[in-house]
Ligand binder design. Structure first.
Ligand SMILES: [Ca+2]
Ligand SMILES: [Ca+2]
Ligand SMILES: [Ca+2]
Length: 117
Protein backbone atom coordinates (compact mmCIF):
# COMPACT_ATOMS: atom_id res chain seq x y z
CA UNK A 1 0.00 0.00 0.00
CA UNK A 2 1.11 3.53 -0.68
CA UNK A 3 1.33 5.45 2.58
CA UNK A 4 0.95 8.77 0.67
CA UNK A 5 3.91 10.53 2.19
CA UNK A 6 3.98 14.19 1.33
CA UNK A 7 7.46 14.14 -0.14
CA UNK A 8 9.23 10.76 -0.08
CA UNK A 9 11.86 12.07 -2.49
CA UNK A 10 12.97 14.84 -0.20
CA UNK A 11 12.35 12.81 2.95
CA UNK A 12 9.19 14.56 3.99
CA UNK A 13 7.42 11.74 5.75
CA UNK A 14 4.46 13.69 6.96
CA UNK A 15 1.20 12.19 5.81
CA UNK A 16 -1.17 13.62 3.28
CA UNK A 17 -4.82 13.82 4.19
CA UNK A 18 -5.64 10.85 1.96
CA UNK A 19 -3.07 8.54 3.52
CA UNK A 20 -4.32 5.12 4.60
CA UNK A 21 -1.91 5.41 7.54
CA UNK A 22 -4.07 8.04 9.20
CA UNK A 23 -5.79 6.62 12.25
CA UNK A 24 -4.46 3.21 11.24
CA UNK A 25 -2.16 2.77 14.22
CA UNK A 26 -2.52 1.44 17.72
CA UNK A 27 -6.12 1.96 18.92
CA UNK A 28 -4.95 2.18 22.54
CA UNK A 29 -6.05 5.67 23.75
CA UNK A 30 -2.65 6.21 25.33
CA UNK A 31 -1.14 6.29 21.86
CA UNK A 32 -3.56 8.87 20.50
CA UNK A 33 -2.16 11.61 18.34
CA UNK A 34 -1.75 15.15 19.68
CA UNK A 35 -5.04 16.06 18.01
CA UNK A 36 -6.88 13.41 20.03
CA UNK A 37 -7.57 11.12 17.10
CA UNK A 38 -6.44 7.53 16.89
CA UNK A 39 -2.74 6.89 16.43
CA UNK A 40 -1.43 7.14 12.87
CA UNK A 41 1.00 4.67 11.36
CA UNK A 42 4.43 6.18 10.95
CA UNK A 43 6.57 8.70 12.75
CA UNK A 44 4.66 11.84 11.87
CA UNK A 45 0.96 12.01 12.75
CA UNK A 46 -1.32 13.84 10.40
CA UNK A 47 -2.77 16.92 12.04
CA UNK A 48 -5.45 18.58 10.00
CA UNK A 49 -4.50 22.22 9.50
CA UNK A 50 -6.76 24.51 11.44
CA UNK A 51 -7.61 27.49 9.32
CA UNK A 52 -10.58 29.40 8.05
CA UNK A 53 -10.71 29.02 4.32
CA UNK A 54 -9.99 32.34 2.68
CA UNK A 55 -8.84 33.92 5.94
CA UNK A 56 -5.45 34.72 4.52
CA UNK A 57 -4.45 37.13 7.27
CA UNK A 58 -5.58 34.73 10.01
CA UNK A 59 -7.69 37.19 11.97
CA UNK A 60 -10.66 34.83 12.05
CA UNK A 61 -12.83 36.85 9.69
CA UNK A 62 -13.43 36.87 5.98
CA UNK A 63 -13.38 40.39 4.67
CA UNK A 64 -11.60 42.69 2.28
CA UNK A 65 -8.54 42.63 4.54
CA UNK A 66 -7.86 39.12 3.31
CA UNK A 67 -7.90 40.19 -0.31
CA UNK A 68 -5.60 43.08 0.55
CA UNK A 69 -3.32 40.68 2.39
CA UNK A 70 -3.12 38.41 -0.64
CA UNK A 71 -2.45 41.29 -3.00
CA UNK A 72 0.31 42.52 -0.72
CA UNK A 73 1.74 38.99 -0.63
CA UNK A 74 1.59 38.48 -4.38
CA UNK A 75 2.65 41.92 -5.58
CA UNK A 76 4.24 43.53 -2.55
CA UNK A 77 6.40 40.73 -1.22
CA UNK A 78 4.49 40.70 2.05
CA UNK A 79 3.97 37.69 4.30
CA UNK A 80 1.92 34.85 2.86
CA UNK A 81 -1.02 32.96 4.29
CA UNK A 82 -0.16 30.24 6.79
CA UNK A 83 -1.01 27.57 5.90
CA UNK A 84 -0.83 28.64 2.31
CA UNK A 85 -4.04 26.71 1.60
CA UNK A 86 -5.97 29.31 3.58
CA UNK A 87 -5.24 31.77 0.82
CA UNK A 88 -6.33 29.50 -2.01
CA UNK A 89 -9.87 30.82 -1.93
CA UNK A 90 -10.83 29.48 -5.34
CA UNK A 91 -9.23 26.09 -4.59
CA UNK A 92 -7.38 25.67 -7.85
CA UNK A 93 -4.15 24.75 -6.11
CA UNK A 94 -2.18 27.97 -6.03
CA UNK A 95 -2.33 31.36 -4.40
CA UNK A 96 -2.44 34.18 -6.88
CA UNK A 97 -4.39 37.29 -7.74
CA UNK A 98 -7.35 35.16 -8.75
CA UNK A 99 -7.87 34.36 -5.07
CA UNK A 100 -7.92 38.02 -4.12
CA UNK A 101 -10.46 38.67 -6.89
CA UNK A 102 -12.49 35.70 -5.68
CA UNK A 103 -12.51 37.00 -2.11
CA UNK A 104 -13.52 40.47 -3.21
CA UNK A 105 -16.38 38.99 -5.22
CA UNK A 106 -17.44 37.00 -2.18
CA UNK A 107 -17.28 39.91 0.26
CA UNK A 108 -18.84 42.60 -1.91
CA UNK A 109 -20.82 40.89 -4.63
CA UNK A 110 -22.29 37.83 -2.99
CA UNK A 111 -19.94 35.55 -4.88
CA UNK A 112 -19.26 31.94 -4.07
CA UNK A 113 -17.74 31.11 -0.70
CA UNK A 114 -14.05 30.28 -0.53
CA UNK A 115 -13.65 26.54 -0.98
CA UNK A 116 -9.93 25.89 -0.33
CA UNK A 117 -8.26 22.50 -0.69
CA1 LIG B 1 -4.73 10.35 13.88
CA1 LIG C 1 -9.17 37.64 7.64
CA1 LIG D 1 -6.10 29.93 -5.98
Amino acid sequence: MDPQFTGPVDHDYTLQSNSPCIDGGDPEPGYNDPDGSRNDVGAMPFIAPAYVCGDANMDGQLNVGDAVFLINFIFGGGPGPDPVEAGDANCEGQVNVGDAVYLIAFVFNGGAEPCCP
